[in-house]
Design a protein around this ligand. Structure first.
Ligand code: SAH
Length: 237
């Protein structure tokens, strides 16, 4: 066989293969990537809550990462989202969500909207989601992304999440995705009796401790979960 006919044969078999698989060249199978992510990064590390696993399987993380990281959207690491901030590693998103012990109808507050991905995961489990972001540009972009993905019921605002969101309090659950040096007292106050808060606490630049805080009456039960590395909690000036 001549080189040309070999080449043509190769082209022909590639076209047949691609048309059988129904995919164009370069198209990424995001559902397949999500399945692998959930199995190898999340279920394998012990996350069991069905609602969380289903949310992670459904929510298109690729829509929340910058275009240039599309191919790495489902990798086992955080990714930059601009303004020096990051979208958390998928496992951390899943583990924190599981610790909130959410059920449908729960009212949940997130501090640190960032890309909007964590808010969308919460929005798969309950429709009562409030999220606050301190950086205007990120807040605006996240709102746009959330709307484009039909999460129009998620309520966003720009502000310093240190003070929580008084007018919608109290909350069944509060999740903080940036690390303050101490737990903001307003957040403790805005938690319902029986409510859960998940928050990384520590000094900027150092590793922090992820805490699950459960409110019982006026007391707070603190569970030390694991060491984590979050971006620092900013304060409005
Ligand atoms: N949950 C985000 C992770 C974003 S990183 C996601 O899924 O993509 C943490 C975010 O917290 C950053 O966007 C940062 O700007 C924001 N942040 C830091 N301090 C804050 C504060 N005091 N109030 C609200 N947002 C804050």
């Amino acid at each position: 066989m001549t080189r040309l006919s070999q080449f043509l044969k190769l082209c022909f078999s590639m076209i047949v293969m691609l048309s059988l698989s129904g995919k164009a060249i370069g198209e990424i199978d995001y559902q397949q990537l999500r399945t692998e992510m959930v199995e190898t990064q999340i279920r394998a590390r012990g996350v069991k809550d069905k609602k969380v696993l289903e949310a992670m399987m459904k929510d298109p993380r690729n829509r929340f990462v910058p275009e240039k990281y599309l191919r790495r959207a489902y990798g086992d690491y955080p990714l930059p989202i601009g303004e020096g901030q990051t979208i958390s590693q998928p496992y951390v998103v899943a583990a924190m969500t599981e610790l909130l012990d959410l059920k449908e109808g729960d009212k949940v507050l997130e501090i640190g909207t960032g890309s909007g991905y964590q808010a969308a995961i919460l929005g798969e489990i309950t429709r009562e989601v409030y999220t606050i972001e301190i950086i205007d540009k990120l807040a605006r972009r996240a709102k746009k992304t959330l709307l484009s993905q039909n999460y129009d019921y998620i309520v966003t605002k720009v502000g310093d999440g240190y003070f929580g969101w008084e007018e919608h309090a109290p909350f069944d659950a509060i999740i903080v995705t940036a690390a303050p040096a101490h737990i903001p007292p307003p957040l403790k106050k805005q938690l319902k009796d029986g409510g859960r808060m998940v928050i990384p606490v520590g000094m900027p630049g150092a590793y922090q401790t992820l805490w699950q805080v459960k409110k019982a009456g006026e007391t707070f039960k603190m569970n030390n979960i694991m060491g984590v590395a979050f971006v620092p909690f900013k304060r409005a000036r």
